[in-house]
Design a protein around this ligand. Structure first.
Ligand code: PLP
Length: 354
């Protein structure tokens, strides 16, 4: 018997998705940074990205970039660097995304000490209200950046559809390109990279609406789950099922669908409501809210229904399933981004590379 619960990871499907996306982007003159954070920088998976044509690996955490040192690709730090990690940032990332002069000064000092140059991409907030310089502060920020001796301003970028849910379009990305051109004119420099966002920008490629100077995207979810994230559509010629969560049945019994007794609160302080559907066949799986969020997993068996979960138990209704489930059987789920993040960081879930 195999270890349960486990996450099965089909490396070849991830490689295929990388190939599809790098090709799609290349046709539009766009380089892809393959984002490794959702799989915690597991080197074997990162290697699949590299085999799939990715030449830049990106992660939000230095700890993950460290694991990728031996990979034949540039390393990009996605989350704004902590000043307390300035030295590690310079050591383990070739490039970092930045928005604070104080931090860039710390990176400059660290780069001096390590006798190297550090590349930065200046993040501009185009309205999503996560990271980035506000538009009226761009020029004075750039003039300060250009004074640092060990910092190379590689380009500018933006991040959308993360905090504010703002969808990238011709207007906000067009404005980003315009800002790049204004900077180049005003400071007489050239910007190598105009980084136009994450998997939510992909739909613009298909519509031929991505502004020409956008030449870089940072792609995570689209590579691992084959989905663009502006509207949640699947991407042609990609797999959506590279990851499968496998759990085990620990109880299987027929029980009523409404609890017996006065209903107080459940384990999480909510007062549950129940519909009376008569006697149902219910299975308990050995996985719970400590491992996954119930709304982010989807049973492979279409006749299976998730009833709910407590910390360590997931309760499902198998009455309508054609398969006759038994105690000890495995039950499989597709997982969405939120669950993938959680499962990856959980020490209770075994990771099995296929
Ligand atoms: C996580 C992250 C990405 C990747 O986003 P996806 O939606 O997974 O493609 C890109 N850029 C930054 C700054 C990120 O933090």
């Amino acid at each position: 018997m195999q270890i349960c619960p486990r996450l099965e990871i089909d490396i070849n499907k991830i490689k295929h998705n990388s190939l599809t996306l790098t090709k799609l982007c290349k046709e539009k003159g766009i380089d892809v940074a393959g984002v490794t954070k959702v799989f915690c920088g597991i080197p074997e998976i990162a290697q699949a990205l590299v085999h799939g044509g990715i030449t830049m690996l990106a992660d939000s955490r230095i700890e993950n970039l460290k694991k990728l040192q031996e990979m034949d690709a540039q390393k990009l730090l996605l989350r704004l660097p902590m000043i307390s990690q300035a030295k590690e940032t310079v050591r383990y990332a070739d490039i970092s995304l930045n928005s604070e002069i104080k931090t860039i000064a710390a990176l400059d000092a660290a780069a001096k000490e390590l006798e190297r140059m550090h590349n930065i991409i200046l993040m501009i907030d185009m309205g999503d209200l996560r990271e980035g310089v506000w538009q009226d502060q761009i020029e004075n920020t750039i003039s300060e950046i250009l004074l640092f001796e060990n910092i190379n301003l590689l380009g500018i970028g933006t991040n959308l559809t993360c905090y504010g849910g703002v969808i990238p379009n011709r207007i906000n990305l067009g404005r980003l390109v315009e800002i790049a051109e204004i900077i180049e004119d005003k400071f007489n420099i050239s910007l190598n990279i105009v980084s136009g966002g994450n998997s939510s920008s992909l739909y613009l490629l298909e519509k031929e609406e991505i502004p020409h100077r956008i030449n870089h995207l940072r792609l995570g979810e689209s590579i691992v789950l084959g989905r663009e994230t502006a509207y949640g559509n699947s991407i042609a010629d990609t797999y959506q099922d590279a990851f499968t969560l496998v759990t085990e049945v620990v109880e299987l019994k027929e029980k009523p669908s409404v609890p017996i007794g006065e209903i107080g609160m459940d384990a999480f302080g909510n007062k549950p409501v129940f519909e009376d559907r008569g006697l149902r066949k219910r299975a308990i799986l050995a996985i719970g809210r400590q491992d996954i969020a119930v709304q982010n997993i989807i049973p492979l068996d279409p006749n299976m229904m998730i009833l709910g979960a407590s910390s360590d138990h997931l309760i499902i209704d198998v009455t309508d399933c054609t398969k006759e489930y038994m105690v000890g059987d495995e039950v499989r789920f597709h997982i969405e981004y939120g669950a993938l993040l959680q499962v990856m960081t959980s020490e209770y879930i075994h990771k099995k590379l296929l």
